[in-house]
Ligand binder design. Structure first.
Ligand code: 5AD
Ligand code: SF4
Length: 442
């Protein structure tokens, strides 16, 4: 029989932040127009792309190990093309091609439109690279191919790059300067997702609060997105505390479908460390911001990012992080050991002087405290009826569903007649450190 399916197959593996997940969908769309279909395992792929992260050294190590696996596959199938895209591609540029001879392609976050071109070069047996950053590229007109099989929740990118110069952070170097995406294309994309039956969108940017497109602010954009469909939940990430305005908080209060959870990375509880990190706020200023959130949005939950063992961090400064955590009582925290990144302000001006075992011990103290706080704050929901957007089967059983409350708390409950994408009222009857347990109420 003649094989009719002549499409080339691409397998995209994504590392790092939500922005990378969203970028992989843009890449899939560009490649679809170039004749590629997306597949979910690399064994049958003609092209493997690794969309990479450079935020910490261990993220890059993980990717290198994975690359070794794909290189073995290429030994078996020499026609296979392998490309590295995203932040690690941007950071290492031609060094990657020199170091890994079997690598065919390197493309930075602003070069995805050039992929079909690069693939032609790679296909002819030459290594291909484009790592140019752009001040304009937002991929505004590209309709992402949704790669996630869960058809409940989707990311929508609203801006790219970052103009902050946090001393530890590689992102401004790998993703370039900040630019906002055309508001019209954002609203259209959200409308399409809503029409397709999606129940939740997360607006993404490195620093969403500084969104500005022809005078449209983030608060205005958020409100217009919320008005598209009152049954479509709206989340956003990430906010820099220095830019989060009261207008955004008021917009959140005004619309029921804007979820009441805020990710507000603090990084450290010590004003001196924050100053060295160039975060442009103090502990007191941050706590004032938390107080405004509590005043305007009393039901909102908070999450954060924390770095242990930044340059010169004293034991007292570390204690200040722990005390800030006790004061704010975050629902959730992403906690990291400081990892020096070449080119950043910190790597040029400070010494990475906290010994590895001290970093490790401090991180562990932060993790231990957070797990106590996470478990405690969840108990606030015991006995309450919450509205849960079901997302899929629970990890444990197909007789149970899991979903999230507006506050971003995960709830597990009996499936009954419900499906992913349904809003379900659940009475919270118990909790584990990570999830709430409940039963359906009608
Ligand atoms: N080392 C450790 N953590 C880092 N982050 C960013 N840069 C570094 C680094 N060099 C963390 C910050 C940021 C999150 C995305 O990653 O907490 O908010
Ligand atoms: Fe890094 Fe700061 Fe930009 Fe966040 S806001 S990505 S921490 S530079």
């Amino acid at each position: 029989m003649i094989k009719l399916d002549t499409s080339l197959k691409v397998y995209i593996e994504t590392y790092g932040c939500q922005m990378n997940v969203s970028d992989s969908e843009v890449v899939a769309s560009i490649l679809k127009d170039a004749g590629y279909v997306t597949v979910h395992s690399y064994g049958q792929a003609d092209l493997i792309l690794i969309n990479t992260c450079a935020i910490r050294d261990n993220a890059e190590q993980k990717i290198r190990n994975r690359l070794d696996v794909f290189r073995q596959e290429k030994k078996k199938r020499p026609q296979l093309l392998i490309g590295i895209i995203g932040c690690m591609a941007e950071r290492l540029k031609e060094k990657l091609l020199e170091e890994v001879k079997s690598l065919d392609l390197v493309a930075g976050p602003d070069a995805y439109r050039d992929l079909p071109n690069l693939l032609r070069t790679a296909g002819s047996g030459q290594q291909a690279m484009n790592v140019l950053l752009s001040m304009e590229e937002t991929y505004a007109d590209i309709s992402p191919v949704r790669l996630d099989k869960n058809k409940v929740s989707s990311f929508v990118s609203i801006m790219r790059g970052c103009n902050n110069m946090c001393a530890y952070c590689i992102v401004p170097y790998t993703r370039g300067g900040e630019r906002s995406r055309d508001a019209g294309t954002i609203l259209r994309e959200v409308q399409e997702l809503s029409d397709m039956g999606y129940k939740e969108v997360t607006l993404l940017g490195q620093n969403v609060d500084s969104y500005d497109w022809n005078g449209v602010s983030f608060a205005q954009l958020l409100s217009r997105v919320a008005e598209i469909n009152p049954l479509l939940r709206v989340r956003f990430s990430t906010s820099h505390p220095k830019d989060m305005s009261e207008e955004v908080l008021h917009a959140m209060a005004r619309y029921d479908n804007i979820c009441k959870s805020i990710h507000l990375p603090v990084q450290s509880g010590s004003s001196a460390v924050l100053q060295r990190m160039k975060r442009e706020y103090t502990r007191e200023w941050y706590l004032d911001k938390i107080a405004s959130i509590r005043r305007i949005l009393p039901e909102a939950t908070l999450s954060t990012d924390l770095i242990a063992g930044f340059c010169g961090e004293t034991e007292e400064e570390h204690q200040e992080t722990l005390s800030l955590m006790k004061e704010v009582r975050y629902d959730l925290a992403f906690m990291f050991k400081y990892s020096e990144r070449p080119k950043t302000y910190a790597s040029r001006h400070y010494k990475d002087d906290i010994p590895e075992e001290v970093k490790g011990r401090r991180l562990q103290e932060i993790i231990d405290l957070q797990s106590i706080i996470s478990a405690e704050v969840k108990k606030q929901d015991l006995g309450k009826t919450v509205e849960v957007l079901a997302e899929g089967f629970s990890k444990r059983s197909r007789e149970e569903l899991f979903g999230r409350t507006s506050q971003n708390r995960v709830v597990v409950f009996p499936r009954e007649q419900y499906h992913a994408g349904d809003y379900v009222r659940v009475l919270v009857t118990g909790s584990t450190p990570a999830t709430l347990l409940g039963k359906v109420v009608r």
